[in-house]
Ligand binder design. Structure first.
Ligand SMILES: Nc1ncnc2c1ncn2[C@@H]1O[C@H](COP(=O)(O)OP(=O)(O)OP(=O)(O)O)[C@@H](O)[C@H]1O
Length: 498
């Protein structure tokens, strides 16, 4: 048993009728990586948000090195030695990288009321360089960087001051392989200096690999804690879900012939700096996986095919030659797209679950030109429930949902629309094991019904397990193509990524 660094004692938190945390108590030791796992909506983010001042607990205490701490915001938590890398974007648009890193802590660069911006930029760049993120320019506006790079900035922001407790909330799925390795280095550094990392992840293999101890929450209640040595993926799944669940996630068929009918074609598609002369055909009933390192351009491919890229060159056409040049074109022709950046690009966060699910289907839901609230309500309910969304009702705001449940709303929207052609970027990001299996089953069912799916993913096992064909991208170009086979190995794909 290590020496205790942080105690959470009888933490209780309600959101209206939702009892998000029910009197939970945990101990976190010095020099450990302590994973916190549980199904979507089990209370992991609520607990760490109460610790870091994002939410206020109803009752209970956090005791750090013997002293009670209470933070009313993240900056206060930082001053108490507690930091968090949040699940979604944790940097502020409109500010520079340096301003984001030192947000709330600019005093160190201010003398007689005047901020020394040059000194702040210099210090921020020194930190970025020391983490190996030297290609990120401290003076640039954060909006110039993509989702992953913004996460890297957040890593610096949350750790440059050597916090005693670092919360890493479902960050790995936002990062590519290289970003993950950098994050793990930072986590190991925190542990090796006698501090503690609270690590939230749905990737159970990664949890076992990285953590020393693992605690489980279910429906806001603490189920138990086990050591790395005691943990197996099956045991963790059973603790999370409350029953044994198998691990036959993926499709098991091999050798099925995919139709020759082309439903979507990209010819010489170029998006400057991201994709170069991309050519691909998607067939009816095919799951086409696209993988690579996160900066390889694959995330832009989804946008380009959906008509959502700025300054796209080349052509995207349906099988009958109809051009797809804009988002309305795509939706009109039954194409769906779920972005990796769900809060900013997929969801209308400050709107209800119901409105979000109905959004692309509004025309289909009209009777005699009118939309009826009852019809919309029934439609939203049907698909939210089909995705097992944990919610108080479809009138709940999306902003009040846990990360994984937001993702379920995105998918419910497109399942409801019954699109023929679905582009899914990182479809299982932040999704728990049980729902992951449901999503894979849903994709399998869609392809059997003749729907075509493009699945962009950084999860190699997901690509191997679900795709009929896999394209691996490198430096904006396709660098390898693989047909579905039980003999295909992760190393075959990785060799073409690097
Ligand atoms: N701001 C909020 N308003 C209302 N309810 C909320 C709010 N934040 C969280 N909840 C609810 O509290 C419960 C716990 O959510 P929490 O985000 O802690 O889950 P989680 O375990 O982190 O899930 P995930 O793995 O999906 O991120 C959920 O039912 C969620 O809908």
């Amino acid at each position: 048993m290590g020496e205790i660094l942080l105690r959470a004692e009888n933490i209780d938190k309600h959101f209206g009728i939702t009892h998000a945390l029910d009197n939970v108590s945990f101990t976190f030791n010095k020099g450990e990586i302590h994973a916190l796992i549980g199904e979507n909506g089990s209370g992991k983010s609520t607990l760490t948000s109460c610790l870091t001042g994002i939410y206020q607990k109803d009752s209970g205490k956090f005791i750090l090195e013997g002293k009670e701490i209470t933070a009313t915001n993240q900056v206060e938590a930082n001053h108490q030695g507690v930091a968090i890398i949040v699940q979604e974007i944790g940097t502020l648009s409109g500010l520079t990288v340096a301003e984001n890193i030192f947000l709330g802590n600019e005093d160190q660069f201010t003398k007689c009321g005047i901020k020394n911006t040059a000194a702040m930029n210099k210090k921020a760049q020194e930190y970025l360089d020391s983490y190996g993120f030297n290609y990120i320019d401290a003076t640039k506006v954060i909006d110039d960087y993509n989702f992953e790079d913004r996460k890297l900035v957040e890593i610096v922001k949350s750790t440059y001051f050597n916090p005693k407790v670092l919360v890493v909330d479902e960050t790995t799925t936002a990062l590519g392989q290289k970003g993950r390795e950098e994050l793990f280095k930072v986590m190991h550094k925190v542990r090796d200096t006698g501090n503690c990392v609270i690590f939230i992840s749905h990737d159970l293999e990664e949890v076992i690999e990285q953590s020393d101890n693992i605690s489980v929450l279910r429906d806001g209640v603490k189920i138990g804690s086990i050591t790395k040595e005691e943990a197996t993926p099956d045991r963790l799944k059973a603790l999370m879900v409350g029953r044994e669940i198998g691990d036959s996630y993926y499709r098991t068929d091999y050798g099925e012939k995919v139709s020759d009918e082309v439903v979507l074609s990209a010819k010489n598609v170029t998006v400057k700096g991201q994709i170069e002369n991309l050519n691909l055909d998607l067939h009816k009933g095919e799951i086409l996986g696209i993988g690579g390192l996160s900066e390889c351009g694959m995330h832009e491919v989804g946008k380009a095919l959906f008509g959502a890229s700025y300054f796209r060159q080349g052509s995207v056409t349906l099988g009958d030659g109809t051009p797809i040049n804009s988002i309305p074109d795509a939706i009109k022709h039954s194409i769906a797209y779920a972005s990796k950046d769900r809060d900013n690009e997929s969801l209308v966060i400050n709107d209800t679950i119901g409105d979000n699910i109905c959004l692309p289907s509004l025309e289909d839901l009209k009777t005699h030109g009118f939309l009826r609230a009852k019809t919309m309500n029934e439609f939203a309910n049907k698909f939210a429930k089909q995705m097992s969304t944990k919610m108080t009702g479809v009138d709940q705001f999306v902003s009040a949902l846990s990360g994984g449940n937001k993702q379920k709303v995105v998918l419910a929207r497109w399942v409801g629309k019954d699109s023929d052609l679905i582009i899914l970027d990182s479809p299982t990001r932040g999704i728990d094991v049980k729902v992951k299996a449901d999503i894979y089953a849903m994709m399998d069912d869609m392809r059997k019904r003749g729907k075509s799916i493009i699945m962009i993913s950084e999860e190699i096992m997901e690509l191997l397990g679900m795709s009929d064909r896999i394209l691996i991208m490198k430096d904006g170009k396709i660098n390898g193509e693989f047909l579905r086979s039980p003999d295909l190995k992760d190393t075959d794909l990785i060799d073409n990524m690097i």
